[in-house]
Design a protein around this ligand. Structure first.
Ligand code: CA
Length: 241
């Protein structure tokens, strides 16, 4: 009868598990909960949740292993929830296929927002799996995918091919952080010693062209040591409102 999205919370700390589950229920989702990786896998196999919130420090198996196992044959969105703050851990989780990463302690509103974003973006991309036609719009930024042109407040921003490709890629995954190596592989198809530098130079040029200044809206956020995240799409493009 219920048509709610099912969110599986895999977390061994009782308080956090209860808190996250209650938070999901309060926001209109059906929460399923597991306190070990083994239980999580069983519930995953039997209930096929729409999204998984996965703690990394579990008593039986490391959450990374479960993440890898689930990714072998499924695209079920996974948000990693962890006290591990090292950038290398975030990069590893994202490269293993996590859709997002939330560090403990986290704000309730932040976690709910991430869940909503991941559910929306995965539903969106599963429709066609390709760059969307039409336009991306967010607070004055407009990307016209068919014309391969970018505008801010109706003024065209002249980008190189590579810069445009990076922007299109980030916008396709807006709201989600893309790791440096993910972007490099998607744009250049290979990863060598100069890749990170090349990406940084391109990003610096893009930010300059976008007029990134303190106090001004930044469309692209640099998650230091991890990657880049583009702001989410909204309908406030360059339409007069
Ligand atoms: Ca834990």
């Amino acid at each position: 009868m219920s048509n709610k999205y099912k969110i599986l919370v895999i977390e061994d700390e009782k308080n956090i598990n209860n808190l996250v589950s209650a938070l999901m229920e309060a926001n209109g989702y059906k929460a399923l909960s597991a306190k070990t990786a083994a239980d999580g896998k069983i519930i995953y196999d039997t209930h096929r949740p729409d999204l998984i919130i996965l703690d990394l420090g579990l008593p039986d198996t490391d959450g990374m292993c479960l993440l890898r196992e689930i990714r072998k044959n499924s695209f079920t969105p996974i948000i990693v929830l962890s006290a591990r703050t090292e950038e290398a851990e975030k990069v590893k989780a994202l490269d293993l296929g996590a859709n997002d990463y939330v560090t403990k302690p986290f704000g309730s509103a932040e976690l709910v927002a991430r869940v909503r974003t991941v559910l929306r973006s995965t539903r969106h991309s599963s429709d066609n799996g390709l760059l969307p036609g039409g336009k991306f719009k967010s607070d004055g930024l407009v990307i016209d995918y068919d014309a391969r042109r970018v505008f801010i407040d109706e003024a065209e921003i002249k980008l190189t091919q590579t810069e445009y490709n990076i922007i299109a890629l980030l916008s396709e995954h807006s709201g989600k952080v893309l790791t440096y190596s993910f972007i490099i592989k998607a744009i250049w198809g290979y990863n060598d010693l100069g890749s990170t530098k090349r990406l940084q130079v391109n990003m610096a040029n893009i930010r300059k062209k976008f007029g990134a200044k303190p106090g001004k809206k930044n469309y692209i956020v640099n998650e230091l040591g991890v990657g880049y995240r583009m702001c989410e799409q909204n309908d406030r493009g360059n339409e007069n409102d």
